[in-house]
Ligand binder design. Structure first.
Ligand code: G3I
Length: 370
């Protein structure tokens, strides 16, 4: 049950002021003294809130890290648990980055989720070049047994398989034409979940993917996910939750609230949980001026959270980073005007933005999770 219980730390319950004792008061920290952090709002409704940190933030940005215990009740890592950092050469495992995060999380009594065991990206060259039909099952088995075994008891959730779906590739079940599908066929998903369950039975096992919320491809993506889940469950594959990444894009059109609610209900009806694992709101389609831009980001995020938090299956929300200081969107999906993106709850000065308030209100407006 540990993955279902939002951590409520005593310091957080004392309010923001208790969390700030001894820190120089920067504008963001002064704001944080006025209202407790997002994880307190989430916990009030039985959910968790947290952020997946970039390792550079953890290693080099104490000013940003000062806000993490104020806002977060759960942590993830944007890079540390991926294959390339963990097994850079065959049979050579490097735990350094991941252990840094875990050591920090322990000091804050914060649970950590792992992302991700099986993906078509972030793989080391030796794997991409050397994976064959003959060796793939052995290599996948060794990686999952070693990694999940190493972190056994230290992670509350795993994204076991990431981004398995891409219906446009025309493969069975709408699966993505990935190195894993090409070498092992659709059974790679079964194998990964069984191995993870055996190596650490208590970590919540998630199938993580994106694109369920809006836009032209969303209906196909939702259908493919539901079909895949029922097929996995029918043959006893121990998937327990859907990770919905929540990389939101107002440019894709409004959140398809009715269809998203039906999607969440269908997942819940299968007895599965939902975790929002990588939420951010890209602002490429929004005006340059900060006030309307932030308002657009906040309204879009709220429209999404209102639907997913309506579901009793939804355990909590992680954003992909906490502040706009270091967001993948700036280097992978930059704005046409080259202004920095503003996709996250805190700005680059670590001040709370309209999205922060929208998220807080969405948590407080949600039904109690039981
Ligand atoms: O560390 C090197 C640095 O030394 C070098 O100067 C720089 C030059 O490009 O690259 C740095 O590494 C990059 C790393 O991010 C750190 O910023 C990698 O090239 C780049 O591939 C890596 O991208 C990450 C990507 O996943 C692939 O692992 C992004 O940060 C990360 O945000 C992104 O996260 C994914 C989720 O895992 C799955 N869902 C989508 C999400 C966004 O793409």
């Amino acid at each position: 049950m540990r993955h279902f219980s939002p951590p409520i730390r005593r310091r957080a319950l004392l309010g923001g002021a208790g969390a700030l004792a001894g820190l120089a008061v920067a504008p963001g920290l002064a704001q944080a003294a006025a209202l407790p952090g997002l994880h307190v709002a989430a916990a009030a409704k039985g959910r968790f809130y947290g952020a997946a940190l970039h390792p550079d933030t953890l290693a080099h940005d104490p000013q940003a890290m000062a806000h993490v215990p104020i806002e977060c009740g759960m942590l993830g890592s944007q890079l540390a648990f991926k294959w390339a950092p963990l097994q850079p050469e065959p049979n050579r495992f490097d735990w350094k980055q991941a252990d840094q995060l875990l050591a920090y999380a322990r000091t804050q009594h914060m649970p950590v989720r792992g992302h991700t065991l099986v993906w078509y990206q972030a793989n080391p060259d030796w794997l991409v070049k050397g994976l064959t039909k003959a060796n793939a099952a052995r290599i996948l088995t060794q990686h999952i047994q070693t990694v999940v075994g190493h972190f056994r008891g230290q992670l509350v959730q795993w994204d076991v398989v990431n981004e398995a779906l891409w219906p446009a590739d025309g493969q069975p079940y709408g699966l993505r034409d990935s190195l894993w599908l090409r070498t092992l066929g659709p059974g790679y998903i079964d194998l990964a979940f069984h191995l993870c369950a055996a190596a650490d039975p208590s970590a919540l096992r998630c199938l993580n993917d994106y694109g369920f919320d809006a836009g032209r491809e969303a209906p196909r993506k939702r259908d493919a996910m539901l079909t895949l889940l029922s097929s996995l469950l029918s043959r006893g594959v121990p998937v327990q939750a859907v990770g919905m990444q929540g990389h939101l894009d107002p440019g894709a059109g409004p959140i398809d609230q009715k269809a998203l609610a039906a999607f969440c209900a269908a997942i819940a009806a299968m007895g599965l949980k939902i975790v929002i694992t990588e939420m951010d709101v890209r602002d490429n389609s929004l005006p340059a001026a900060i006030i309307p831009r932030d308002a657009g980001v906040a309204a879009y995020g709220r429209a999404y959270l209102d639907v997913v938090l309506e579901s009793q299956a939804t355990l909590g929300v992680l954003t992909w980073g906490l502040s706009d200081r270091l967001t993948w969107l700036d280097w992978q999906i930059p704005r046409a005007d080259h202004l920095p993106q503003r996709p996250l709850p805190l700005d680059t000065e670590m001040r709370r933005k309209p999205l922060w308030y929208a998220m807080r209100e969405a948590f407080l407006a949600a039904k109690m999770h039981i």
